[in-house]
Write a protein that binds this ligand. Structure first.
Ligand code: FAD
Ligand code: SIN
Length: 527
């Protein structure tokens, strides 16, 4: 089956849906999501969205905080662009109906998070992402030019490769004609042809056993672009959030927002002693990489499974009013945050690298844009500043939309694209073959490619991942398509890129910490 649209949008989080809404007045849009459109990383965002609103904050302060967190690897022009574009995009969100908490004087009730020198996080209680996703999804469902396809899984991008032409990485003229999309209800593959495609398929959290990301975050966008011979960068910079709720067996791990530390909660070891002063003068509010490594070190040296986050000294009413979601979740497992300390552990949270894009969100592949967590814009460098990802997603969706609209008259639908080739794939494989490899892949990444790395661990990870890669490719070639097999394959690709990029970085910087190279190189030795 073939389908033709002007704009194909893969992913319905903040990046994909805001792009769809912006281009929808200029052509027919197809917005696809592998489950329902609300099930995204976006809807789990708690802390909020960073933007400069009032003095004493300033663009320059937000720029400097972002550059410091990024540890020398941010693209300064990109940082300046995003910080300056941010307030207009916040207004856009408000026009679409998103509500941010305000004080009695009508000003935004700004929160503070690690690495921010000022209060600048706009939030909706402690479930900002839910509010944003809900309002955007409502707008998208109402728009007559947006067709929403839920339970549709993008398998591969269509390029000249599918016309029988040899495509090599770094070829200057690779073009994207759309994507092969598996309808998960009928098991049929649709040839979805588009003049312009946006990938907004989110993160890779499920590379790791403990993650704050929902199960949709399987690196599909990054893997698809890599297979299509696009350029991927900075995958070694995996951000671990310092404080996810320690509740063994729960997937995904529930996040205990950094905003709680911004509100005054402090980290303690299991014997109730503060420890962050040993690691950084900003203590519990140091940037995430420092806090996550400190917790990892305390847990390993003491042999503990978790540390505590203590909010019991804070005003109980204020606490519950600002963090109703965290309060309710903790209560459901018998922890009253007004009185009890909260057991927390670091969890894989955010991918700073991804599909390399220019200042318009354009990828190396023509007619293909990328935005949101799947992309690497240059904003985050070696470490993302808290609450800078939602703002990046909407700013780059806007930049991509403006560029796609202005290029639209030059784009056309490619004819003669063959339908999906089902030959040789006759039977669904036993699930156990997929689930076992999935578990092994997560173990390899968690044990060898985590917060602290060594050359030995990285080498071991690569050797073991290669075995799983070969088995999974063999399975893929003979099995009928399934979401779980495609996701495993995509995660293996994302894992391979993470390991090999980590091996190439012979220093410790930002989120990448290697005991064999504990020092940072001089920047002139890197560029
Ligand atoms: P997502 O919102 O993850 O959307 C991805 C979409 O792609 C989904 O619709 C999915 O179905 C679709 N998709 C994926 N693969 C396929 C495929 N093969 N075929 C079809 N569809 C596909 N950031 C902040 O700035 N502030 C915060 O407070 C904050 N808190 C967070 C809390 C949690 C618990 C988590 C997990 C993240 C948080 N983040 C926060 C990070 C932020 O939420 C994400 O980086 C951001 O929402 C990503 O948006 P996105 O549009 O790029 O992708
Ligand atoms: C949080 O609320 O701690 C998450 C913020 C973020 O990931 O930016």
């Amino acid at each position: 089956m073939k389908k033709e649209v002007d704009f194909l949008v893969i992913g319905s989080g903040l990046a994909g849906t805001s792009f769809a809404l912006k281009v929808a007045d200029h052509g027919k849009v197809c917005l696809i999501s592998k489950t329902n459109i609300e099930e995204t990383n976006t809807q789990y965002a708690q802390g909020g969205i960073a933007a400069v609103t009032y003095e004493p904050d300033s663009y320059e302060k937000h720029i400097q905080d972002t550059l410091i967190a990024g540890d020398g690897l941010c693209d300064e022009q990109v940082v300046r662009n995003v910080v300056r574009d941010a307030p207009a995009q916040i207004e856009e969100l408000i026009r679409w109906g998103a509500r941010f908490d305000k004080k009695s004087n009508g000003e935004f009730d700004l929160a503070r998070e690690g690495g921010h020198s000022e209060k600048r996080i706009l939030h909706h209680k402690d479930n900002t992402g839910f509010e944003i996703q809900k309002k955007l999804s409502e707008q998208a469902r109402k728009h007559k030019n947006i067709e929403i396809l839920e339970d549709h899984f993008a398998v591969d991008l269509i390029t000249q490769h599918h016309l029988g032409i040899l495509v090599k990485r770094y070829n200057q003229n690779i073009r994207c004609f759309g994507a092969y999309v598996l309808d998960l209800k009928t098991d049929q593959v649709i040839t979805l042809l588009a003049k312009t495609t946006l990938i907004a398929a989110g993160g890779v959290g499920n590379l790791y056993h403990t993650t704050t990301n929902p199960s949709i975050a399987t690196g599909d966008g990054i893997a698809m672009v890599y297979r299509a011979k696009g350029i991927i960068e900075n995958m070694e910079f995996v951000q671990f959030h310092p404080t996810s709720l320690y509740h063994p067996g729960e997937r995904p791990s529930f996040l205990v927002s950094e905003a709680l530390r911004g509100f005054g909660a402090v980290l303690k070891t299991q014997d109730s002693k503060e420890f962050m002063d040993k690691y950084d003068k900003r203590k519990s509010l140091a940037p995430r990489d420092i806090v996550a490594r400190a917790i990892d070190n305390e847990m390993k040296s003491r042999g503990d499974d978790y540390v505590f986050l203590d909010a019991s000294h804070l005003d109980p009413e204020e606490l519950v009013s600002h963090f109703p979601n965290i309060h309710e979740k903790c209560l459901s497992i018998g922890i009253d945050i007004r009185k009890d300390m909260i057991p927390v552990v670091p969890a894989a949270h955010y991918m700073c690298g991804g599909i390399k894009v220019d200042e318009h969100g354009a990828t190396w592949i023509k007619q293909l844009y990328a935005a949101g967590e799947t992309s690497s814009t240059g904003l985050h460098g070696a470490n993302r500043l808290a609450s800078n990802s939602l703002i990046e997603a909407i700013v780059y969706a806007d930049r991509s939309a403006q560029s796609a609209i202005s290029e639209a008259s030059k784009a056309s639908i490619q004819k003669n694209v063959p339908d999906w080739d089902y030959s040789g794939t006759s039977h669904p494989e036993e699930m156990i073959l997929i689930t076992q490899n999935f578990k092994e892949m997560q173990q390899i990444m968690s044990n060898y490619v985590g917060i602290v790395r060594t050359d030995l661990r990285l080498n071991r990870a690569l050797v073991r991942l290669e075995i799983i890669y070969r088995e999974t490719e063999a399975l893929y070639r003979k099995s009928t398509l399934s979401k779980s097999l495609c996701e495993l394959r995509n995660l293996i690709t994302a894992g391979y890129l993470t390991i090999t990029m980590a091996q190439d970085r012979k220093e410790s910087r930002g989120l990448h910490y290697n005991l064999d190279y504990p020092q940072k190189k001089a920047l002139h030795d890197i560029f």
